[in-house]
Design a protein around this ligand. Structure first.
Ligand code: SAM
Ligand code: SF4
Length: 329
């Protein structure tokens, strides 16, 4: 069994974008109240007294949009300076990177994934629910700034949706040829916008690979990630292409992660709530951190059974209780 050593920490459930597949404008989201967000100190306490003693060494900050969290740079600095931290990364929509990339890099963040579903500003602005804005230009500037300040490799996440951005597969893949950029194609999942999702609303990774293979050829890469992506390369390219195939493939046996929501719910599996623990309430009720650690250890021990629960129940078309932005994607 995989060592579970990777924690995705959601810093906030709010977002400045309204991606159709994640948190569309019309969705009624009950945002977490400010007083219910884990505080900076609570996050550090949980890492120091619960997760690090249990062997967690890799941390990814996410959201909602993590850069909207007040004090995000200081939090990065404090997590990066914990001696047990081996890897600290972030997933962001990139909008605030033009102003924050340098400070984040200096604070100790070394790896970043930026979501970019299209190189066409009109398509992009429509996907993120902000047509007629200049958000594409701003996001692109954020990506370039992150690269210039030293985030290397830089990863771009693309959710491919038929009829929306499937024509972008080639231009996005092409970005990996002359730059050490890793483009990761993610299969659209039935989580978040249930209305948008149906059997035909996602494209299997193999179809995406075939489109790329026809144009340039495609080889398996020697570079291995530590996550669920299968890594390939266009022959001779500087960067790579990753495929995250949670719909067409089951990688539960490779799962090395848990998720902590912005309001302190620890979730062992993205797709179901079994085993979820409310760490914030335990902390605020002054439960001893050694007891909290024991509870998390018990869940870690049964994580493999939990991982397969949703798959085994055949529920892969439903709409789950929380959106990606609420769980911490
Ligand atoms: N706001 C940040 C961003 O967009 O990168 C971080 C949070 S977002 C929830 C994390 C990732 O989840 C993004 O790459 C996004 O594209 C992906 N995501 C959101 N909803 C999804 C869905 N239904 N299926 C697949 N990926 C999804
Ligand atoms: Fe915001 Fe990220 Fe969700 Fe888009 S995918 S709405 S940027 S949280």
């Amino acid at each position: 069994m995989n060592q579970v050593d990777y924690l995705r920490i959601s810093l906030i459930d709010r977002c400045n974008f309204r991606c159709q597949y994640c948190m569309p404008e019309e969705a009624e989201l009950n945002y977490i109240l400010r007083q219910d967000l884990l505080t900076h100190e609570e996050i550090i306490t949980l890492l120091e007294t619960v997760f690090i003693p249990l062997g967690f060494r890799k941390f990814r900050l996410t959201g909602g949009e993590p850069l909207l969290r007040p004090g995000v740079v200081e939090l990065v600095k404090d997590i990066a300076s914990l001696s047990a931290t081996e890897d600290l990364s972030m997933t962001t929509n990139g909008y605030l990177l033009a102003s924050l990339a340098e400070d984040l890099y200096k604070a100790g963040l070394k790896r970043i994934n930026i979501s970019l579903d299209s190189l066409n500003s009109e398509t992009f602005n429509s996907i993120i629910g902000r047509p007629k804005s200049n958000l594409w230009q701003h996001t692109w500037l954020g990506i370039k700034t992150a690269y210039e300040v030293g985030f290397d490799p830089l990863k771009l996440n693309v959710v491919v949706i038929p009829g929306v951005n499937e024509k972008e597969i080639e231009p996005l893949a092409e970005l990996s040829i002359n730059r050490n950029w890793h483009i990761r194609f993610i299969e659209f999942m039935p989580i978040g916008n249930g209305d948008l999702f149906n059997d035909k609303a996602w494209i299997p990774s193999e179809e995406i690979r075939e489109t790329i293979r026809q144009k340039w050829g495609l080889i398996e890469s020697n570079i291995k990630g530590n996550g669920p992506a299968d890594i390939f390369q266009i022959p001779g390219a500087k960067g790579t292409l990753g495929f995250i195939s949670q719909m067409s493939e089951c990688f539960c046996d490779r799962c090395n992660r848990m998720r902590l929501s912005a309001d302190g719910l620890l979730r062992p599996c993205l797709l179901n709530e079994t085993g979820q623990i409310d760490l914030k309430t335990l902390l605020r009720n002054n439960v001893k951190t050694t007891e909290i650690k024991d509870k998390v250890a018990q869940i870690l021990a049964i994580k493999p059974e939990i991982n397969y629960k949703e798959r085994d129940s055949g529920n892969n078309t439903g709409n789950y209780g929380r959106t990606m932005s609420q769980i911490g994607g």
